[in-house]
Design a protein around this ligand. Structure first.
Ligand code: TRP
Length: 430
């Protein structure tokens, strides 16, 4: 049995779910959760919400709405880990452990923090004006979310990729100091998942005030759709699908055949009012079946509360024992417990892994990375000459990412984090 691939993603609970959230996050995660061989962790990032929002009632409401939306969209709660971040006290605890291995310089480089500083500088204010330590620490909390469950893949929008890279750096720093505890996560940006334009044609976002709430009552939804920007072409005039927000939104809901039909209608000069009606009906067809369940959940918040608490219990069954081992690793220990004298010391060569080069009966040259106890961490493919094999080894020794040397693979059951850890220790002892 191979280890399942773990996917993890969260939504910050500061607003009412809109069409963009649905198409960009909710719908793809519901579909993805059905893949065999995967474990899926989806959560409501309410600690993150505190960084952006100081209205308690809004955070409470948004948490309810986003949870209800995920459930109404068909998430199978028996198959996934579905929880509220603030129900997992191990997450802020882990945030502190990561904080202590994270360079301040790394956080200085975060886009969101830099943007806030730049904005202040541009307006002549002190660079720190209105910048909370929470905003500065945002990436560490997010890293804790991810490595708490040793997620392999983190499906996010492009704007979040830097955060995943930072999480990877923090996990690697921790592993380097304390041993291979964390899987190094990777961002997954799905190009086929649409980024929806909003009413004004810019990216649909609650901060632009251009969003269409997913569960707006049908009449309100129709009115909002009528307000999507178009050009001034009259009925009968051919219209461009290129750059048409209306068409892009339609495409995110329609089958390729349906999209083709609307493309032809554009060319044939469909009136904007009629195109908007087509869009309204297509969205309503997908949303209407979920609306009843959504309304029922909003009317019974205690039911959502119950489901989230059950989800938290399931998630904590993973987080609690893991946190115990992490506490031990950093030295937060039972005072009577024997200290781990056998733990490898940094500069003791006898505990380091080694590369071994050899030739096989096929005439090719191979290498492997072997722990002192003989366990193989990494196995290469065959190379034509010892020189080529040696070059690959040199690259790995210098810290090139593993996937830049695809002809050397982790041995079965070995995680990438373990290999990176072994290579880092070898480098450090040189
Ligand atoms: N920062 C993410 C956003 O605003 C939400 C989030 C919080 C998240 N923790 C996460 C996403 C962990 C992925 C993994 O979109």
């Amino acid at each position: 049995m191979t280890e399942p691939i773990r996917f993890l993603t969260g939504i910050t609970t500061t607003g009412t779910p809109h069409l963009g959230n649905y198409v960009g996050a909710i719908r793809p995660t519901v579909q993805a959760s059905l893949r065999p061989g995967t474990e899926n962790f989806y959560f409501l990032a309410d600690y993150h919400a505190l960084i952006k929002c100081d209205e308690p009632a809004r955070i409470q409401r948004s948490t309810l709405e986003i949870a209800a939306c995920w459930i109404a969209a068909g998430l199978d709660l028996d198959k996934v880990f579905f929880y509220r971040q603030s129900d997992i006290p191990e997450i802020p605890e882990l945030t502190w452990l990561l904080t202590c291995v994270t360079g301040k310089g790394l956080l200085n480089r975060a886009h969101a923090y830099k943007a806030a500083m730049d904005k202040n500088a541009a307006s002549g204010a002190d660079t720190d004006t209105d910048v909370t330590a929470g905003l500065f620490m945002y990436p560490v909390l997010m890293a804790a979310d991810i490595v708490m469950f040793n997620a392999h893949k983190v499906p996010v929008g492009r704007d979040q990729v830097q955060h995943i890279e930072m999480a990877r750096d923090m996990a690697a720093s921790f592993n380097h100091l304390y041993g291979p505890h964390f899987t190094l996560p990777e961002a997954q940006v799905d190009e086929s998942v649409a980024t929806l334009p909003g009413l004004d044609g810019r990216k649909m976002s609650k901060s632009y005030d251009n969003a269409i709430p997913l569960f707006a009552p049908p009449e309100q939804m129709r009115k909002l759709i009528a307000g999507i920007v178009t050009d001034s072409r009259a009925p009968g005039e051919p219209k461009d699908t290129e750059g048409s927000a209306l068409f892009q939104i339609y495409q995110a809901f329609a089958s390729p055949q349906e999209a083709d039909a609307l493309r032809r209608a554009y060319a044939d000069g469909i009136a904007w009012g009629q195109a908007k009606q087509v869009l309204f009906e297509r969205i309503d067809r997908e949303i209407a079946p979920m609306r009843a369940r959504y309304s029922e959940l909003l009317a019974h918040p205690q039911e959502v509360e119950r489901l989230l608490r059950a989800g938290a219990q399931k998630a904590r069954a993973r987080a609690q024992p893991f946190m115990r081992s992490l506490r031990h690793a950093v030295g937060l220990r039972d005072l009577a417990a024997r200290t781990d004298a056998a733990a490898p010391r940094k500069h003791d060569k006898s505990t380091l892994a080694q590369f071994k080069q050899y030739r096989q009966a096929d005439g090719l040259h191979y290498f492997k990375l072997v722990e002192p106890g003989g366990r193989v961490l990494l196995q290469s493919a065959g190379f034509a000459s010892p020189r080529e094999a040696g070059q690959r080894i040199a690259q790995l020794r210098q810290g090139d990412p593993l996937d830049s040397a695809p002809d050397a693979q982790a041995a079965p059951g070995v995680t990438e984090a373990e290999i990176v850890h072994a290579l880092t220790r070898m480098r450090d002892s040189e």
